[in-house]
Design a protein around this ligand. Sequence first.
Ligand SMILES: Nc1ncnc2c1ncn2[C@@H]1O[C@H](COP(=O)(O)OP(=O)(O)OP(=O)(O)O)[C@@H](O)[C@H]1O
Length: 585
Amino acid sequence: MLEAVMASDINWDPALSKLISTLKESENLSNDQEIDFLKALLESKELNALVNVHTKVAKVGRDDRLAPVLSTSAQVLYEVLEQLSQHCHLNDDCKEAFHLLQDSHLQHLLFAHDAIAQKDFYPHLPEAPVEMDEDEETIKIVQLVKSNEPLGATIKTDEESGKIIIARIMHGGAADRSGLIHVGDEVIEVNNINVEGKTPGDVLTILQNSEGTITFKLVPADNKGAQRESKVRVRAHFDYNPDVDPYIPCKEAGLAFQRGDVLHIVAQDDAYWWQARKEHERSARAGLIPSRALQERRILHDRTQKNGTDLDSKPGSCASLCTTPPGSPRLPASSSTSSCRQPKTKKIMYDLTENDDFDREQIATYEEVAKLYPRPGVFRPIVLIGAPGVGRNELRRRLIARDPEKFRSPVPYTTRPMRTGEVAGREYIFVAREKMDADIEAGKFVEHGEYKGHLYGTSAESVKSIVNAGCVCVLSPHYQAIKTLRTAQLKPFLIHVKPPELDILKATRTEARAKSTFDEANARSFTDEEFEDMIKSAERIDFLYGHFFDVELVNGELVNAFEQLVQNVQRLENEPVWAPSMWVQ
Ligand SMILES: Nc1ncnc2c1ncn2[C@@H]1O[C@H](COP(=O)(O)OP(=O)(O)OP(=O)(O)O)[C@@H](O)[C@H]1O
């Protein structure tokens, strides 16, 4: 057979030929069937061709000229982008480099380069099983030096076996950094004390009483519980304080955060407790936060309780950690529920018949976010939201006056007849009632309202046409317009214009001789009651929509407030900003 092989015109791989000769020599040692099978395999043209290809690829791979300079170029690109984004507003070259490097073709080219440089094309073979005596148990001894830093691990009693096992390893904590302790490892001894039959509390006491080095004797888990850091970022829509949460398994392991904080979720494998760290605290140890499911459950529970029914008293309600009422989520101040008084006399551009309590019906927990990078020549609409009379229009007017070529507001639509001196398309776009009714019904207006029997509104199309013309669209709609405006198509940058404290509010408006927007003739000053209403309305807006705002801006001294607005607009043009991940495609 070998002679036949060598005689053929195929270029046989020398290693294969040698294997076949060796096989021939040992032909008598094994049973015929196995030898025949091996022979057939080694002599197949397909295997020979594969081996030849492999040899050639391996030869090319050894050529130093083709060695990659680095295998993490995509990572470097992101770091460079991050650096450049902070300097774009200072230097045009930076800006140009920033936009060039954002090109998705370039980024994918680097991904492909890195995959090849890291030899990501090799097949991932399963680990060869190591034969072990079934009764033999591997034990590892882990020594950690006790410091002020928590160990960053939690333990629990395994329900089936009653053994103490490692329940959770906090990302970036001491245990995680050691790389020696894993989720599922069974704890046998702590400092030579056998923990069999002990409770997690007993083990904690042993740990607390020990000094210096702590020695764990562990039986490793089958699966090392290796946790890969997820890349998910979320914006929190509620405040969380583990110190007052009765259900967190370990308060010290909790991570406190505030509504609006961007959190990096590093592990989501537990149904109730996620691990997270704050985005700007990258090197910090991860902490426990309630999962979306747990938080939703708490909010629902709280609402049900408010309505007089105890959700958890129903048979079959699952997690034991919710058998007693969980911590209350944020609630509106009772005084503010009817405080959002609307201007009674002036034209209104929104539908007052809608009950804004509806907005909080949605369960606000976490929203997945990603960085939205600025695109040259495409500006996100700037939307100024605030209590009636707080100064949204004043700020909008100033921004447009600063650069009318760049900043523009859409011309509103109306169904009222044109007055003398008005020009169609300048003050208003005049349309028939039926047409506007139908367009409102079709969701074509980002805001609309009725005043003295006529409709007024701003169409989504007019916002888009300003954006498409390469200008910055500036809007100052009623706060309910957030619902229609906040879409992936429009990608608005939402700014909450808030009133300052009452005495500053009064002083600044009095000094500027500001005219009340609640007065149809716009002739008198604001009353004390109107100032108080302004503050209550701002609280209400914050409660309803606070989690949607990109920026809060206090309109005390007008010059300062305007300066802040300009800075934010510049930042938006030059820096990436967190936005709903759905918008970043
Ligand atoms: N920071 C400020 N200091 C002094 N006066 C201000 C300030 N901001 C706004 N004003 C004045 O307050 C009055 C109301 O402002 P503006 O018309 O901008 O309110 P608005 O938020 O648009 O109200 P509305 O929604 O009722 O139209 C105006 O006379 C404006 O010049």
